[in-house]
Design a protein around this ligand. Structure first.
Ligand SMILES: *[C@@H]1O[C@H](CO)[C@@H](O)[C@H](O)[C@H]1NC(C)=O
Ligand SMILES: *[C@@H]1O[C@H](CO)[C@@H](O)[C@H](O)[C@H]1NC(C)=O
Ligand SMILES: *[C@@H]1O[C@H](CO)[C@@H](O)[C@H](O)[C@H]1NC(C)=O
Ligand SMILES: *[C@@H]1O[C@H](CO)[C@@H](O)[C@H](O)[C@H]1NC(C)=O
Ligand SMILES: *[C@@H]1O[C@H](CO)[C@@H](O)[C@H](O)[C@H]1NC(C)=O
Ligand SMILES: [Ca+2]
Ligand SMILES: [Ca+2]
Ligand SMILES: [Ca+2]
Length: 556
């Protein structure tokens, strides 16, 4: 309608004296207005850093790193570990930022996480991820990392015949006083039928990481949501859905979902992967094996390291940030921007925060994040409350969904009262004649619905079901949990199914005192103000359009 309006105006100009005015596409930024000048040959192709519409993308749809860089934040003093198939640390665009002391090879137990050679360059993943975070700037080589003055460590741990609990645990607890951020682009098989998560040692290592890492401020674990597409649900991936990880999904360069994106209520925010169009330059430009560069990195694998880079910028702005502060900052400063999910609406939760089932709270905004990080006050102590537990056998049948309710005071009057929510976990034990046809929704007392489990058409398990599986939602962030929570369990699919729910336990995690009431009010008010402003602008446009149309019809 904006393009049409421009057309109408230019027609009118010929008819009568009418002052012309320009309309700019929202979010449009001219690369010449951004004072970032890098000599790196791939820099202008890194649309996820500064999107001016390269490769058929949508201008302005980017991580807004330019603003963070201009404020002076480039990742200095922050170390990010890439837990993957190794890093080509001899690469001229990585060598100067490589932290050898913090690196290790758990696949072959030596201090040198160099990728194993194969003819098809299969083990290029870690090197590509490392470049997204820490590729050096202004050196005429490849592109520029999100946090181009940060240090990157290689943790090689994916390249052995079998994964073991001890390799995972060792990796995520490697040098937790030196490594600030761990980036993981792996997890249980994305085949749409696996339900799996961290085992005992890895769980313990994660708990230790967030409690003791970084001098007690907590290791930051960044996790790719998964590449299983609409057939999978990342709440069935216990790494992505963990409260201790920040789970990151991806958008393509025009704001739509990528075909491999999985949706789930535990995703916190999004970054970018490749374009859907077959434009060879729509991929993620970064470093590649053996000193090469590539334009073709992709997947939610590409998304997680971008987030790790943004978090490095925030940590430089404020090294005091805890692992929870980082999640709060992500919730508050991520933007809907021009992200578009054809399946799930954008909605506002009970405190006005806008979220989407696939993108979480939206795309990370590095500029917004460093500015808020700088002023940030550590969030108050976290409490855990078992809001209620139903441990009776309830039958579920196709066409007759089970609806259960837990009414809770959220431990009010006790030491562990939770008044302001962070994460909510719903622990469920359920079996079904076809697990993949199960779907579970939960609605909070403030009316926010989370889809805890979507249909997974490929999952035909009829034996195991979910055994005390913790489904997690981030959608109720900031809400008051007191009141009635409603769980709906049903079947979707072609064949009639039956099942039995044996347990629903509702766990609330959050603070007693208002975490950042000033920030949240300010944020909500500015969002409101902005949406009003846009409404006003739209009204104005419509009024202009109407009067011009009527003028035109009179003159014809
Ligand atoms: C960017 O840097 C290049 C090489 O140093 C220089 O030729 C060019 O004029 C610079 N452009 C701007 C806009 O500063
Ligand atoms: C990678 O780099 C090497 C050496 O610089 C070069 O010979 C080779 O052609 C490059 N390969 C690709 C696929 O770009
Ligand atoms: C970090 O914490 C220290 C000690 O509490 C404090 O002196 C310093 O101002 C804090 N820095 C920021 C950026 O908040
Ligand atoms: C589910 O569990 C109930 C009770 O333990 C059992 O009777 C039923 O056969 C199970 N159903 C399936 C599909 O496993
Ligand atoms: C859960 O919500 C989805 C999306 O609104 C809906 O399609 C589905 O029928 C709901 N399932 C249950 C069991 O209520
Ligand atoms: Ca090695
Ligand atoms: Ca470079
Ligand atoms: Ca998955």
């Amino acid at each position: 309608s904006r393009a049409q309006l421009g057309f109408v105006i230019s027609c009118v100009k010929n008819v009568m004296e009418q002052e012309g005015f320009s309309r700019q596409k929202r979010g449009y930024r001219n690369i010449n207005d951004i004072e970032v000048n890098m000599s790196d040959p791939l820099f202008t192709k890194q649309w996820y850093l500064i999107n001016t519409g390269q490769a058929d993308g949508t201008p302005g749809l980017d991580l807004n790193v330019a603003e963070a860089w201009q404020l002076g934040y480039t990742g200095k003093g922050v170390t990010i570990a890439i837990m993957d198939d190794g890093i080509d640390y001899l690469h001229p665009d990585l060598a100067s930022n490589y932290n050898a002391d913090a690196s290790y090879d758990f696949s072959s137990n030596d201090p040198f996480p160099f990728p194993r050679y194969t003819d098809d360059w299969f083990n290029s993943h870690g090197t590509r991820c490392a470049g997204e975070v820490s590729a050096a700037a202004n050196n005429n080589i490849c592109g520029v990392g999100v946090a181009y003055n940060s240090k990157v460590a290689g943790i090689r741990m994916l390249d052995q015949p079998f994964m073991t609990d001890i390799i995972e645990a060792s990796s995520i607890s490697h040098m937790p006083q030196i490594i600030d951020i761990y980036s993981a682009s792996w997890g249980p098989t994305d085949d749409g039928k696996t339900v799996d998560g961290p085992r005992e040692l890895t769980l313990q290592a994660m708990a230790d990481g967030v409690n003791k890492g970084r001098g007690g401020k907590g290791s930051i674990y960044v996790w790719a949501s998964g590449d299983g597409g609409s057939y999978d649900d990342c709440n069935c991936d216990g790494y992505a859905s963990s409260m201790w990880t920040i789970s990151i999904n991806s958008a393509i360069n025009d704001g739509r979902t990528a075909l491999y994106d999985e949706s789930c209520s535990s995703t916190l925010a999004s970054t970018f992967s490749n374009g859907r169009k077959r434009n060879p330059e729509a991929g993620v430009a970064t470093t590649d094996l053996y000193g090469n560069c590539t334009l073709r990195h992709s997947g939610t694998s590409a998304a997680a390291p971008e987030a790790a880079g943004v978090f490095a910028l925030a940590l430089e702005a404020n090294p005091n940030l805890t692992w929870r502060d980082m999640q709060h900052l992500s919730v508050l400063t991520s933007k809907r921007n021009q992200l578009h999910d054809e399946v799930h609406q954008w909605r506002r939760n009970g405190v006005g925060l806008e979220f989407n089932h696939l993108f979480g709270y939206g795309v990370l905004d590095a500029g917004g994040m460093v500015k808020m990080a700088k002023e940030w006050k550590t969030v108050p102590e976290r409490f855990h409350c078992v809001a209620g537990s139903i441990q009776e056998v309830h039958k579920i049948q196709s066409g007759n969904k089970l609806v259960l309710a837990i009414t809770t005071e959220a431990c009010q009057g006790k030491d562990n009262f939770v008044r302001y929510l962070e994460h909510v976990q719903t622990v469920v034990t359920v079996n079904a004649s076809r697990r993949g046809d199960l779907n579970i929704n939960m609605t909070s007392p403030m009316g926010t619905k989370s889809i805890l489990l979507s249909r997974r058409p490929r999952d035909d398990d009829s034996k195991v079901g979910f055994d005390k599986w913790p489904f997690m939602t981030t959608h109720t962030w900031g809400e008051d949990p007191r009141g009635t929570w409603v769980l709906e369990v049903g079947f979707q699919g072609d064949e009639p199914q039956r099942g039995v729910l044996k347990e629903w336990t509702l766990m609330l995690h959050g603070t007693q005192s208002a975490p950042y009431i000033d920030q949240i009010v300010r944020d909500y008010q500015s969002k409101l103000a902005m949406s009003k402003k846009e409404e006003l602008e739209e009204e104005l446009d419509e009024a202009v359009e109407r009067s011009l149309k009527s003028l035109l019809s009179k003159n014809n």
